[in-house]
Design a protein around this ligand. Structure first.
Ligand SMILES: Cc1cc2nc3c(=O)[nH]c(=O)nc-3n(C[C@H](O)[C@H](O)[C@H](O)COP(=O)(O)O)c2cc1C
Length: 205
C-alpha cells in the first residue's frame, strides 16, 4: 500500500489524513485506521465525512471516537472546529489526541495565537490580514497566480462577515493585486459586521 511504501522511504514522522470514505459506515474508516497504523503511520488525521457530502452536512464526530478506539497512535479529529469551545467538545466527545483545523485557519489565521497564547485582536485585524495576505501572495507567486489565490482565500475570509457574499464580490473585482488592495481599502473604509461563527454559505465550498 501507499502508506508502507512511503514509510520505507522516509524517516520523518508520517501522518495520514483520511475521510470516512464513499459509504457512510464508520467500520470501514476504523478498519482503515488500523491498517494505516500497521503500515507504519505515526499519527492519523480523520475527517468523518463521506466524499459525496463535500462540506455541506456536518461531520459525524462520533466516528472519530471509533477510529481512536481502534489504534494506539495519536488521532487528530477534524471537521467544523470554529472556536475553542468546539475544540473542547471534540476532545471530550471523541477522546481524540489533537485537532486539525481547515477553513477557520484560512478565515482567521490568528486563531492559533489567540487560542494558545491569549492574543487578542483589535478590529483592524481583518483589514491587516487581507492586506498582509495580498503582499505575501505577491511575494511568493507570479502575479496571475497570486490574484487567483487571493480570490480563493477571499471566499473563506468573507465568511467572517454578515454580508459575506457582498464583501466577497467587492474584494474580487479586477485582475491585479493593486486593484485587489484598492478593494480591501474600500471594503474596510467602514467596519463590516463580523459574525461569531462563520457564514456557512461561504464555508461550504
Ligand atoms: C482550501 C482548502 C484546501 C484543502 N485541501 C485539502 C487537501 O489537499 N487534502 C485534504 O486531505 N484535505 C484538504 N482540505 C480539507 C481539510 O483538510 C479539512 O478536512 C476540511 O476542510 C474540514 O475541516 P474544517 O471543517 O476545519 O474546514 C482542504 C480544505 C480547504 C478549505
Amino acid at each position: 500500500g501507499i502508506v508502507s511504501a512511503v514509510r520505507k522511504k522516509i524517516s520523518i514522522p508520517l501522518f495520514v489524513k483520511f475521510r470516512t470514505g464513499w459509504k457512510d459506515d464508520p467500520e470501514y474508516a476504523a478498519d482503515l485506521s488500523k491498517r494505516f497504523e500497521d503500515a507504519g503511520a505515526d499519527a492519523l488525521t480523520f475527517h468523518p465525512r463521506v466524499a459525496p457530502d463535500r462540506r455541506s452536512r456536518p461531520p459525524k464526530w462520533e466516528y472519530i471516537g471509533q477510529v481512536k478506539d481502534r489504534v494506539s497512535i495519536p488521532v487528530f479529529g477534524n471537521g467544523n472546529i470554529f472556536d475553542e469551545e468546539d475544540c473542547r467538545m471534540m476532545l471530550k466527545k471523541t477522546n481524540c489526541d489533537g485537532i486539525a483545523i481547515g477553513r477557520i485557519a484560512i478565515a482567521r489565521p490568528w486563531i492559533f495565537s489567540m487560542w494558545t497564547e491569549g492574543f487578542s485582536p483589535d478590529q483592524n485585524i481583518f483589514k491587516d490580514v487581507a492586506l498582509q495576505m495580498s503582499l505575501l501572495l505577491e511575494k511568493y507567486y507570479n502575479p496571475e497566480r497570486a490574484v487567483k489565490r487571493f480570490k480563493k482565500f477571499a471566499i473563506y475570509f468573507a465568511a467572517n462577515f454578515r454580508f459575506g457574499h457582498s464583501i466577497y464580490s467587492k474584494l474580487c473585482k479586477g485582475e491585479t493585486m493593486p486593484e485587489i488592495r484598492d478593494n480591501i481599502q474600500a471594503v474596510f473604509q467602514t467596519v463590516p459586521e463580523v459574525v461569531e461563527r462563520p457564514n456557512m454559505n461561504l464555508f461550504t465550498n
